[in-house]
Design a protein around this ligand. Structure first.
Ligand SMILES: *[C@@H]1O[C@H](CO)[C@@H](O)[C@H](O)[C@H]1NC(C)=O
Ligand SMILES: *[C@@H]1O[C@H](CO)[C@@H](O)[C@H](O)[C@H]1NC(C)=O
Length: 255
């Protein structure tokens, strides 16, 4: 059977993104995570633990913080590791102005992601902190925690900072026009940097796959093909299948 290199590369990329623990979408920049979050960084936020297993006190000051604009909006990037509702990019958001993880209230998501994405990838989220929110967490006493949960129960917290210690005003005033523009462009740059890093990883994985598939034996190709079929049928890969896929990818590398 004919095997397109692009198909193999794409499928190998999907495999590589699916080989870790069972979890399906993360929001960057994630609390307690350096760089772009991977599958293992995904939490299951719950009522008594909205940031999952992450130690908030130990990470709030070392995590990348998103700057909130003067009107209380901020942007973050959701990355899903599975297609479908399992890897939903549609979220709800809660904010804890104290940054302790103990007093969350709900926040509006102005721009949301796809509920049932047909692919893996990333989308920008825009959230509105509630009126009069005053972030007071972290050593600088100007950080909020925002907990994101997807439709399928995955997610994590993100640190949001209010530059200049201002609280969210009820309406835009002329005094707040200049500074928010600067912090928004910083947030946009951060988001772009995250997306670019993910894109580079994807490209490298894809190139690696293309350069090795030429030397696969027929048996290896057959196994890879079988795995890819499964992958197509169900993008959610379980641990057990993941390790078989990892072996196949190793064969490809060794060949
Ligand atoms: C700034 O605020 C003043 C008074 O609230 C208003 O009259 C003026 O039009 C505003 N200027 C701008 C540029 O929004
Ligand atoms: C909030 O401010 C940002 C930056 O100035 C702007 O892009 C956005 O449209 C504003 N959003 C709302 C809801 O006013």
């Amino acid at each position: 059977m004919f095997f397109s290199k692009t198909f193999i590369a794409t499928a190998a990329l999907c495999l590589s993104l699916s080989l870790q623990a069972n979890a399906h979408a993360a929001v960057a920049p994630a609390l307690g995570v350096k760089g772009t979050p991977v599958r293992n960084d995904v939490q299951r936020p719950s009522k008594n633990s909205e940031c999952g297993n992450v130690n908030i006190a130990q990470t709030i000051d070392t995590s990348t913080a998103v700057q909130a604009a003067g009107n209380g909006t901020f942007a973050a990037t959701i990355i899903n590791f599975n297609a479908g509702v399992d890897g939903s990019r549609q979220v709800t958001a809660l904010v804890d102005p104290t940054g302790t993880g103990k007093s969350f209230v709900s926040a509006d998501v102005l721009q949301n992601g796809d509920k049932n994405p047909s692919n893996t990838g990333s989308q920008q989220l825009v959230v509105q902190l509630p009126s009069n929110t005053k972030c007071s967490g972290g050593a600088s006493k100007d950080k909020c925690l925002v907990s994101f949960t997807t439709v399928s129960g995955f997610g994590n917290c993100v640190v949001v900072q209010q530059a200049g210690g201002s609280s969210v005003s009820d309406s835009n005033t002329n005094a707040s026009t200049a500074a928010p523009a600067a912090s928004t462009s910083a947030a946009v740059s951060a988001t772009k940097a995250t997306a670019t890093a993910a894109g580079q990883t994807a490209t490298q994985a894809s190139q690696g796959a293309q350069s090795t598939t030429g030397s696969l034996t027929a048996a290896e190709k057959a196994e890879l093909e079988k795995l890819l079929k499964e992958l197509e049928n169900k993008l959610g890969i379980r641990e057990e299948r993941g390790s078989r896929a990892a072996r196949t990818v190793r064969y490809a590398k060794d060949a």
